[in-house]
Design a protein around this ligand. Structure first.
Ligand SMILES: NC(=O)C1=CN([C@@H]2O[C@H](COP(=O)(O)OP(=O)(O)OC[C@H]3O[C@@H](n4cnc5c(N)ncnc54)[C@H](O)[C@@H]3O)[C@@H](O)[C@H]2O)C=CC1
Ligand SMILES: NCC(=O)COP(=O)(O)O
Length: 329
């Protein structure tokens, strides 16, 4: 298997810290870190971590762990200060993503794992950016991808991702629900080995609209979409009121949850497994996983960052690549 590529993300955040922590840990990953070599080395010194850096070349296996880090060096234009954002480094953050994509296109890497970026500073640098998910969707030229966060016993996917709450209802169309569920169904089969995934679908409104008295999106949009999906043989349950869907008895009846918007689904997931979850983009032509947290500027360079989610993201990426390879043989 080709190595995973890890984009180290916003250099002022904890992306470097968590990559270095895994490098200094005993378990070893076939992975290459993309990032600024000087800033990474300085961060290792700040954190008191002993890490040997090796310049990675195409064809090399790649190693992260056992005090070793394979690195594909990309220089940041401005000096990196932990915890201090600098818009001058925003293009570098996106260059990391584009370099990773090019390596995947050349078949040098088997999958992409991303450390967090600070969306605000990229926008402040004059580059419109809402998240990796949308960026990678656009770069791949596909109409839709699905953000799914997974922890040990809960998977939550979203119909809409990074958009203002006032725009959510209009973004949930019948066609959108159809496309998102079809992607989810297919990837739950192909990458998670679920032969007949059962998807629990949230309503948009309180009490799933209360029969139309608390909003009509369920009646006009979501129910017709779910009927169509059932006619295609996809197992969908709902729309269910989100507050009762996320109770143990209901969750036990499904394999994954589809929430209508970011803060309907992700607070529950993070309450359940923050630091032990991964963010996975379904529907891309390659595997991409990520951490469940942000840049945590308050922790950069302090030693207080937990690398648990990056470890989980690497696990998911390897398992998903293996599942896809197994399906091809
Ligand atoms: N995959 C990505 O690129 C993501 C990026 N973000 C971005 O990160 C920035 C900051 O977002 P926030 O909402 O403040 O979330 P955050 O996850 O950075 O921080 C929230 C709280 O969790 C703590 N925390 C986060 N990661 C931790 C870790 N690994 N170990 C220990 N504690 C940790 C932080 O110290 C803070 O108290 C925003 O620009 C946001 O868009 C947020 C989520 C994911
Ligand atoms: N809350 C998840 C998040 O913001 C991560 O988004 P992305 O950068 O992976 O699209």
């Amino acid at each position: 298997m080709k190595p995973l590529v890890i984009t180290s993300g916003e250099p002022a955040g904890i992306g470097f810290d968590i990559c270095l922590q895994l490098a200094a840990a005993p378990d070893q990953w076939p992975a290459v870190v993309l990032g600024d070599p000087i800033a990474l080395s300085e961060r290792a010194d700040t954190l008191g971590l002993v890490v040997n850096f090796h310049a990675w070349q195409p064809g090399d296996e790649g190693q992260l762990g056992g005090h070793e880090m394979s690195i594909l060096p990309i220089q940041a234009p401005a000096v990196v200060v932990p915890g201090e954002l600098n818009a001058a480094n925003a293009p570098y953050v996106l260059t990391l993503l584009d370099e990773a994509l090019q390596g995947i296109a050349r078949n040098e890497f088997s999958a992409m794992v991303t450390a967090p970026v600070q969306k605000s500073i990229i926008n402040e640098a004059g580059i419109a950016f809402t998240g990796h998910t949308e960026f990678l969707q656009q770069r791949a030229g596909v109409d839709d991808v699905v953000m799914l966060l997974a922890t040990t016993d809960l998977k939550v996917a979203l119909v809409t991702t990074h958009l203002p709450l006032k725009d959510v209802a209009a973004a949930i169309t019948r066609e959108k629900v159809l496309r998102i569920v079809r992607i989810m169904h297919q990837d739950l089969q192909n990458s998670f080995g679920l032969a007949q995934p059962r998807i629990l679908v949230c309503g948009l409104n309180p009490h799933a609209g209360e029969g139309g008295h608390l909003g009509r999106e369920e009646i006009d949009t979501i129910i017709p979409a779910l009927e169509q999906l059932r006619s295609e043989g996809i197992q969908v349950v709902g729309p269910l009121p989100a507050d009762t869907l996320f109770t143990p008895k209901v969750l036990a009846q499904g394999d994954a949850v589809l929430a209508m918007y970011h803060d309907q689904g992700l607070p529950v997931l993070k309450h359940r497994g923050f630091g032990q979850a991964a963010n996975i983009t379904l529907g891309l032509p390659y595997v991409r996983t990520s951490v469940d947290h942000g840049t945590a500027l308050d922790l950069a360079g302090t030693g207080g960052a937990d690398a648990g989610s990056l470890r989980i993201a690497l696990h998911y990426a390897l398992n998903m690549v293996e599942a896809r390879l197994a399906r091809r043989t």
